[in-house]
Unconditional design. Sequence first.
Length: 303
Amino acid sequence: MAILERNHLMIIQEVAREGSLTAAAARLNLTQPALSHAVRKIEIQLGVKIWRREGRSLVLTQAGQWLLSLANRLLPQFSLAEERLEQFANGERGTLRIGMECHPCYQWLLNVVSPYLERWPKVDVDVRQKFQFGGIGALLGNEIDILVTPDPLYKPELKFTPVFDYELVLVVGSGHRLRDAQCVTPEQLADETLITYPVPTERLDIYTQFLQPAGIAPRQQKQIETTDIMLVMVSHGRGVAVLPRWLVEEYATRFDLHAIRIGKRGIAKQIFLGRRETDEDVQYLTNFIKFAASPGDQDVLIP
């Protein structure tokens, strides 16, 4: 059975391009006798005549013309494949799969991803929100590469890096009775409708760090998945919400909202980016984490 090899196509392409064995041999870094031997060996190995002599020139047969067409299509693909594999090996190319375990962090992530993609044109980003509140398993199962979470779960095979500090605040509309308050107490929320993301209460800091220790529960809780709709509801007096202060400030031009500190000391939080320890050598992944922690430091983005 004839076995076609890549070097066969390279020789066919160069001989056709240069028109003579001598010139082609120089391009292939071979001697002319060595190339002549290779040409004869190719025809024997493939069992078909590829060239015929016309004077001092080698002219392709019909089979040779077909192989040349094949070489012109496949050889650039081989070169591209080798380039891509080298980039993968060096951590310069790939798809960064990010899992979100933090509803309001999506807007923060957009502010990080955009300049990152500017500097890493060979890297794509895929944000997967279906892993909300189950991201550790997705990270361990190699379904995602980075987990965005405010609640890291430390395991020996995972590493979490804090990248952003923020404060959770109570958000009320312009007509709310607490709009001018400096801070809010648990008792003041007992008669409120609390609008939250669709998350179990044990994962909501307003419950675990503020209301439950005081033995207080809101009059009603409504779950809304999107931040925009949540803030529309708040601005129209349908309830109150708890969100990062920076997010409320970003929406200030669109909605008439007021941010109030939760308790005298507030609720301080951090965004963490988690990754697998085994991905430490993936350059585009580790540089994304460095940039998220220091967005003003452009040196971390040099591919």
